[in-house]
Design a binder for this molecule. Structure first.
Ligand SMILES: *Cc1c(COP(=O)(O)O)cnc(C)c1O
Length: 456
């Protein structure tokens, strides 16, 4: 699609629509001359270009990429109107779009009845799930794995809830024996399972854990902020279907369309299996008889104002690339194939060593030559990151992640454990373009690790 054409078309269409209303004069206080605008714009553009090239397949650092052009055009056209999805009066059209995309997300996870809404982030979405958990299990705490997102620790503190970090195994997945030990105390009311940890993209063993839910009368919340859309590929491309099939029997789930759903930032979501939890949000006099459909979105959300444009962009994107295997799934499948290929090339490499097989699309590795000690690995990885980022002619953008000594030792017992932890390289292959670029990328990583060997 031709982005300049559709942007111009969106602006033009907006002008046509606004001109159907009675004419009025624009206030002079808002007028800015093209000259002044140009001066500020030129400086602004220079500043913007100080960013890293998130769009490029050589950027495999953090979970960052531009939105799909469809989302950009839809967001822009809705933003020109600027509806507020706080209420159906504030966003009469985008309110309906939000309900539709929430239904699509619920169907993706296999939720039947449900209550849900978009949020400004995964953090807000998780906060809402934990808030409802607290309402339903007052006085009982929250357990999450030590590899879960740091937001859970922070949010439970904010909510004044007790929290327990359950150890993760060597692959970064929650250890269920340790979880059961925690549940036996009776002090935990909610367990957070992560499907796609932010570090290595690990999937907690949710299916195996399901029996614990009734045995200990606890809520199960699924944080799939990063990985959630991979549920459409469950059972294909080596993706374990079991945890995804178990989501439908959980109490709440979070997924961030601004991570893998091709959306600009400001788009998270939370879904509850039981629509009656709406009662914990209602801020007015208690409604004794209501159906969730009667409630404004602002009445089932902790946030008040929310951009209708966010719902519009997601709705429009889903019209073109639905959250199904043959829509958005095709994008994710390319990410997954790229990750599998990079993992295979790394496992075969003389210079690089694979840390673990990817559950999703995040590949972790370190240079072999530095592989005799934890401290040596940490230094070499940091040097590779620095050199890759600052090589103007042949750059590659990487990121690091800390691994604790014991977890590392279980996977690589031959490495001398001369430190409490180390840092390894972590590459997020969340752009489908990685698929055709992955061999080139791998060669660049090989060269980078070779040059570390020389200097070190
Ligand atoms: C990114 C992420 C979050 C936080 O979401 P934000 O949208 O960044 O606030 C929470 N949990 C997981 C697993 C994540 O990957």
């Amino acid at each position: 699609m031709d982005l300049p054409y559709w942007i111009a078309r969106a602006v033009e269409g907006h002008g046509q629509w606004t001109s159907t209303f009675a004419p009025y004069e624009r206030h002079p206080s808002l007028e800015i001359s093209d000259d002044r605008f140009a001066t500020v714009f030129e400086n602004y553009e220079k500043l913007l270009h100080g960013n890293y090239p998130f769009f490029h397949p050589r950027y495999i650092g953090q979970m960052l990429k531009p939105p799909h052009e469809a989302a950009v055009v839809a967001y822009l056209s809705a933003m020109l109107i600027n509806p507020n999805n706080h209420s159906s009066d504030g966003g009469p059209v985008t309110d309906r779009m939000e309900r539709e995309v929430i239904d699509q997300l619920a169907a993706m996870f296999g939720f039947g009845s449900h209550l849900g809404h978009l949020t400004s982030s995964g953090t807000m979405a998780n906060l809402e799930a934990l808030y409802v958990a607290r309402c339903l299990h007052p006085g009982r705490g929250v357990a999450y794995s030590s590899a879960s997102h740091y937001t859970h620790e922070r949010m439970t503190r904010l909510l004044g809830m007790d929290s327990r970090a359950v150890p993760a195994d060597r692959y970064g997945r929650m250890d269920l024996d340790a979880l059961e030990d925690v549940l036996r105390t009776g002090k935990v009311g909610t367990v957070v399972f992560t499907l796609g940890t932010t570090g290595v993209g690990a999937l907690d063993p949710l299916a195996e854990a399901m029996a614990l839910r009734e045995r200990y009368d606890v809520r199960f919340h699924v944080d799939a902020a990063y990985g959630g859309f991979y549920s459409v590929l469950a059972g294909t491309l080596g993706l374990d279907p079991a945890p995804w099939r178990a989501v439908r029997d959980c109490d709440s789930v979070v997924v961030d369309p601004h991570k893998q759903g091709l959306q600009p930032y400001g788009c998270g979501s939370v879904l509850f299996a039981d629509p009656s939890v709406a009662k914990f949000y209602v801020h007015d006099s208690p409604y004794t008889y209501f159906t969730p459909a009667d409630l404004h979105l602002g009445e089932i959300s902790l946030e008040c104002s929310r951009a209708g444009a966010t719902a519009a962009a997601l709705w429009f994107t889903f019209q073109l690339l639905a959250p199904t295997a043959d829509g958005l799934g095709e994008v994710l499948a390319a990410n997954r194939r790229a990750a599998l290929r990079l993992a295979a090339l790394t496992a075969d490499s003389d210079r690089l060593r694979l840390h673990q097989e990817p559950d999703l699309d995040i590949v972790t590795y370190f240079p072999r030559r530095a592989g005799d000690s934890l401290s040596g690995i940490g230094r070499a990885c940091a040097a590779m990151l620095e050199e890759g980022m600052h090589d103007g002619a042949d750059p590659v953008f990487l990121s690091l992640m800390r691994i604790e000594r014991d977890a590392f030792a279980q996977l690589h017992p031959d490495v001398r454990a001369d430190a409490d932890s180390t840092r390894i390289l972590r590459s997020v292959l969340m752009k489908p373009e990685s698929e055709t670029y992955v061999d080139e990328l791998h060669q660049r990583l090989e060269r980078l690790s070779a040059s570390q060997g020389k200097e070190g």
